[in-house]
Write a new protein. Sequence first.
Lengths: 156, 369
Amino acid sequence: MKNARRLFFRIGAVLVLVAVAACMMVIGRGHTVYIDNKTLEYEGETYKAYYRAVVYVDGKKVSTLAARERGMATNIGQSFTMTVGIVEEKGRDEVPHEITIKLPYNMDGVIINIPGYMAGLPQEAWMTEFVSAPSEAEMQEEAPTEEEDILAGAEF
Amino acid sequence: MKKENKVLGFLRDNTVPIMFIVICAVCIPISGFSASYLMNEIVTRMGRNIFLILALLIPIMSGMGLNFGMTLGAMAGEIALIFVSDWQIWGIPGVVLAMILSIPISIVLGAFCGKILNMAKGREMITSYIISFFMNGIYQLIVLYMMGSIIPIRHFSVKLPRGYGIRNTVSLLNMRQCLDNLLAVRVAGVKIPVLTFLIIALLCLFIVWFRRTKLGQDMRAVGQDMNVARDAGINVERTRIISIVMSTVLAGFGMVIYLQNMGNIATYSSHSQIGMFCIAALLVGGASVDRASIGNVFLGVVLFHTMFIVAPKAGAQITGDSMIGEYFRVFVSYAVITLALVMYETKKRKHKSLMAQQLQQEQKEASAS
């Protein structure tokens, strides 16, 4: 009886830990979101870039994008909310739009095209995956040698 | 006369902390660091290291001495962080996930270490030291050759360009100081990482509570005398294994806290000297091979790290070469461990000879009567 109870608690503890870990994997998934203010061609139609787009995330200004420019923000979780202040043409007032986007779990970097999104196009038109190319130094990194790295002491 | 003996006894029992207080008192003014800079550095290092050092207390309680095998827990924490980094889990969830992932690895490594230490009773410290070297080889094999080829690793920032193996440095920029910055407050220009200190306080409370539990009492009994404990019905081997497993799991958590503060993993060297420095810090706080308290941990971290911070600058001021200070602090780390071990052995031998003398006296008296 005592053993069964102990086993029950052990299995319970393991299940709780697995559940917390699964939860952390979902809520902690990080994404880098690239915000494009670029002209988009989709099914023969052209969606022109805005004169200026100001991007705010969590109330903080992330970037001011002129036409053909790209901004960047980081986000933890699958839901990304930003406010984009759009100036359609020179001399016009900035009109804020709140945008909430579900980010795909499998994408590390996500590119969002603002003119495409604002035009109400389907997701595949305005959302693409950003695949970053490793830098020259990163490409040349080699496995550590014993003297240099493996046996070296670390900072404490 | 009695008072003189008391003072001498106090000095003898606290040789190492007193020595360090003197070193710090001499080096601080020479280094020329401002009080706020020093305080900031010490508080940061307290948050970074105390959890790791607290992991050493449980094996001392069960008489297994200073657990050099805590390196195994550090390796478990690093492996967990490599996975979390590859899966791109950021911030506090990343830290929590890394801690959870490190648990099974730490348990397996701790149980393995505990089993071997049970075969080497009385020589636990040197055995655990050698186990950590042996395990380092296995760690290198896994991280350098199996990750990316057998164990799936996909992120280019983690994997070496050759297609397998982990880079020399893995960035933890997306979780850097996330624990320390959450709930942090500034007092007189000194940043206090409240959440990290709360976690440390929880561990301290756990240790105080654990000492009073049945298992905690068993560990203390085993630590005092294994034969008596066995006669009292305690499963000595199992108790010792549990104490090492607990220490390894806590070391794994401590390593995650340590590395989130640093903001990157030196994949092949982060764990290599962690055991040595943690043990040195604990000994500096006045602990010995068979006796250590939470107070020793805090005092040790403050004194050891003050020396760590001021020694290079003081060395540069005195000799014009900062490397002297660097060598000095490494030399002191090893020296303090040697000194503590020599003092422990001397004390043990003295106690043994005293007991033998007493027994001889009793036998003489018995034969005379």
